[in-house]
Write a protein that binds this ligand. Structure first.
Ligand code: 5RP
Length: 228
């Protein structure tokens, strides 16, 4: 599994804190990444103890882990609503996020946006005053060169994400490619998000603008909860 940023203890404290918010009889969106994985394991322990919950995974990774720890699963189109989604972030500035370090941001955005409450789990290395992290952009394979050109027109520097443990590029769970697009400091996340969304061939980008309701920032000793 890909890991980023701070200590495993900090990620575990964030994930376990968010899992405490999962209530009996609810549907929960299961995010992707090393921090969200701690939340999924903690929810699995609650299921073992009798909690009635259904999980909607955001990736192959979160589906597999949820199955391993015994969380009953549902598809997004088979549930009436998602009560709570718990997901990680590569960077956060207030309620704005950059996501997609695990190339799962397309499904993550669908699930996180559908949730009545979206809780972000992170370690302190993800906090920023302004977003500066390169924005992952999932693209149709045939459109990658054209999209890269359009990203340059917007002032970005696109870089095709290469796989580790496989020759060639990362291929997403949806069969697409990822361009990591550096824009320096992102002064207007909403504007950039809109511009990226209008590029033909873009499946989804990793700017989650104003989406977070709560951020649980784990430290080695505990957790700070910020309500937005
Ligand atoms: C996957 C994501 C992850 O949530 C993000 O990369 C954070 O991962 P981690 O908790 O391992 O640092 O957006 O697409």
């Amino acid at each position: 599994m890909k890991t980023t940023g701070g200590s495993d203890a900090a990620k575990r404290n964030a994930g376990e804190s968010a899992a405490e918010a999962v209530e009996d009889g609810t549907v929960v969106g299961l995010g992707t990444g090393s921090t969200a994985a701690h939340a999924i394991r903690a929810i699995g322990r609650k299921v073992d103890a009798g909690l009635d919950v259904r999980g909607v995974p955001t990736s192959f990774q979160s589906r597999q882990l949820a199955r391993d720890v015994g969380i009953p699963l549902a598809d997004l189109d088979s549930v009436a609503a998602i009560d709570l989604a718990i997901d990680g972030a590569d960077q956060f500035a207030g309620p704005h996020l950059v996501k997609g370090g695990g190339a799962a941001h397309a499904r993550e955005k669908v699930v996180d946006a559908a949730a009545n409450r979206f809780v972000v789990v992170a370690d302190p290395s993800k906090a920023a005053e302004r977003l500066t992290h390169p924005v992952p952009v999932e693209v149709l394979p045939a459109a990658r060169t054209a999209v890269a050109g359009d990203v340059r027109v917007l002032g970005g520097d696109p870089d095709l994400r290469e796989a580790e443990g496989k020759d060639g590029p990362v291929v997403t769970d949806n069969g697409n490619l990822v361009l990591d697009c550096a824009f320096g400091e992102i002064r207007s996340p909403g504007e950039l998000a809109d511009d990226l969304s209008t590029i033909p061939g873009v499946v989804e980008h990793g700017l989650f603008v104003g989406m977070a309701d709560e951020i649980h920032v784990g430290t080695d000793d505990g957790v700070d909860v910020e309500r937005l």
